[in-house]
Design a protein around this ligand. Sequence first.
Ligand code: ATP
Ligand code: MG
Length: 248
Amino acid sequence: MISKTHPRYQSLLLRDKVKNAFKEGYLADTGMIAHGRGETFDYLIGEKTTETAKKACEAAVATILLAENPVLSVNGNTTALAIDEIIELAKATDSKIEINLFYRTPERVEIITRMFKERGWEDILGTNEEELAYIDNLNSPRATASREGSYMADVMLVPLEDGDRAEVLVQNGKKIICIDLNPLSRTAKMSTISIVDNVVRAVPLMTKIANEFKESGKDKDREFLENIVNNFSNEQNLKDSLASIKLK
Ligand code: ATP
Ligand code: MG
C-alpha cells in the first residue's frame, strides 16, 4: 500500500499500475522501461499539463472530430494507465478503439480484450479473432491493422507510440496524433500533432474539450474546427514544449 501522504503519491500510484499490468501478463517488460522514461520527462515539465499541451489537445480533438474514421490505438501502457479514460474519449468523439501491441502475443491481446469488454466496450478492434491486415512496409506483428480500424483510419491517436510505426503510419497518409512526454522522441517529431503530456492527464482533457465543443454545437462546425487545426503548428508546439522543461 502506498501512503496517500507520500510526496510522490501520484507518481507511485502510476508506477504501481504499470507494475501490476506486467504481473497480470498484458504489459511487456520493456513497457515498464518506457514508463520510466516517461516519468523523467513528466518530472521535468512539472507533472502538470502545460498551456502548450492544452493547445495540442485542442488541435487533436478538432482533427478527430473532422475525421471520417478516427481510431484510438491502445497498447499495454495505455490500458494500464488510462483504460476508462480512453473509453470516455471514444464515446465523446465517436472513435473506434483498436489494440496494437509492440510485442504482440495472443495472451496479451486476450487480456486487454477482456478488460475492455468487462467495462462494457464490446467492439474492440485488432483482436485475435479478426482477420488482421498489415500496414505497408512494416511486416511485423507490431504492424497488425484491423481492416475496419487502423487500416482504413484517416486519423489515429497513438499514445506512447514507437517512432518506426509512427513514421510508417504517416507515410500511409494518416494523420497521427501522439501523446508522448518526450518532445525529442522520433514519434513526437514524426507525428502530425504531438501532445507532450502524460496520457493520464491528456486523455481526460481531450474528452473535456470534445464535450465542451458538443455542448456549444461547435463539434459540427467544420469551419470552427478547421480554423483550430490550421492555426496549429506542431513544430512550434514542440519547441514550446521543450522550452517548458526547466532545468534549475
Ligand atoms: P521513439 O521510438 O519515438 O524515438 P523511444 O524509443 O524513445 O521513442 P519508446 O520506448 O518507443 O520510446 O516509447 C515510449 C515513449 O512513451 C517515450 O518517449 C516516453 O517518454 C513516453 N511515455 C512513457 N510513459 C508515458 C506516459 N504515461 N504518458 C505519455 N508518454 C509516456
Ligand atoms: Mg522507439
